[in-house]
Design a protein around this ligand. Sequence first.
Ligand code: GLU
Length: 311
Amino acid sequence: MTSPVTFYRGRFAPSPTGPLHFGSLVAAVGSFLEARTQGGEWLLRMEDVDAPRCSTMAADSILRTLEAFGFAWDGAVVWQGRRSAAYVAALERIKAAGYIFPCACTRKELADSQLAPDGAAIYPGTCRHGLSPGRVARAWRLRVNAVQIGFEDAIQGPIVSDLASEVGDFVLLRADGLFAYQLAVVVDDAEAGITHVVRGADLLASTPRQIFLQQVMGLPAPAYAHLPVAVNAAGEKLSKQTLAPALDDAHPAPALVAALAFLGQSPPPELAWADAATVWQWALANWRLGRVPRLRALPYNPPDRTRDTAS
Ligand code: GLU
């Protein structure tokens, strides 16, 4: 018998690099419904730590879309851009414990390295025992021990990662002076008291890094569930880069129903003609995490596009 969840606090953490599209809606819908059906809270965090890629226009548009789609979050929106002091403090703590080292390697110098599952270079350890004479620190990296990081993903099943060989020492403070996503997300989830992370499986490769960092910092690890990622006909993740269309704030129901169908919930198709409140009523009464396909990626065919089957 599984013990009942006594407290649940989830979150949705979009990066405001563009308007919300179907791919991000899937993460919002999955994290929201799982939190609410567990009687939990659902927090919203704007992950604008990578300032050059983010804009306030995109953040405003995301907030407008979430409201138009009927999402209600608990508490105030957290903005990573305003949390530098927390990241500085965390970095100082890790530094004092001797877990980070300065790194002088340029992107070009690492270009021949093998790639981690998410495309980042596996760090060959060049600067881990000190900078060579004359080299200047650019970034700060976390020293990764030869440890296996394992966790049970509520959707994807057991995940094990040999972090040292699969990722290597990874960056916490970037060469451009910005805090790395891995640091910000761990600090923010811990400070907010997040107990459950439900997000896209494109972030599955980051999770062992985040768990290792939690261990280094003595922070509790939340439970994880990684949803399948929506991919286009070419197998590419829907994103701003692959020109995924923005959601239509004026017609939330069809997109919400499509997201529920994508997540294996089998909503009645006629729900697409109802209003958003009716869709949410159905979704809250019928959501089951166990019905979400246990896949890392799933093709998504926009319902409003006429597919050419002639050739
Ligand atoms: N900001 C990340 C993204 O939009 C999500 C981070 C997370 O959920 O941990 O892909």
